[in-house]
Ligand binder design. Sequence first.
Ligand code: COA
Length: 164
Amino acid sequence: MKIAVYPGTFDPITNGHIDIIDQALEIFDQIVVTVAENMWKTPLFTLEERIEMIRATVLPMQGVRVEAFEGLSVEAARRVKAVALIRGIRTATDFENEYQMTLMNRQLARDLTTVFFMTGERYSYIRSSLVKEIARFGGDVSLFVPPVVAERLKKKFARDYSGG
Ligand code: COA
């Protein structure tokens, strides 16, 4: 049983992330999506909301689990006995950051491999923060995120505008 961990903030999950999970399922038996609180960014959605949206989205996919995690990604991987960390690469800029993170993680856990998947070209321009910006100003984000996320974004910003 080959398990891989896919760590991220997922604020919110996008079709680009789903594409990475789809690709990873071709190689691994189980993908554990580990959702980080993220100490550097202030998320729009709470950890529980982000997990709920991911769970609803991956429900029809066989072999995907979703968990919260605090601390190091390599520790999350150890906990679930994963053999690999999964990351997606969209652009050359992603590569620079990911390369540093991979080398750092390798120092922390020599036995853990990071496996990269290239995001499909249809999704290469998608970024959670842009999706949130578009939704905040009433734009249609249904091309970029799963339906449950589009719905939640709509509700969240409708509520914000009404002061609720
Ligand atoms: N499709 C669409 N968007 C994607 C994507 C894809 N395939 N891959 C990444 N993104 C986007 C995300 O939406 C996000 O957009 P935003 O910046 O506009 O919000 C951005 O790229 C970065 O997201 P992600 O790749 O999920 O990284 P992250 O910063 O959310 O998460 C962690 C990084 C959580 C994996 C990393 O900080 C971590 O491991 N933290 C735990 C602590 C730790 O171990 N630190 C040591 C690390 S060496």
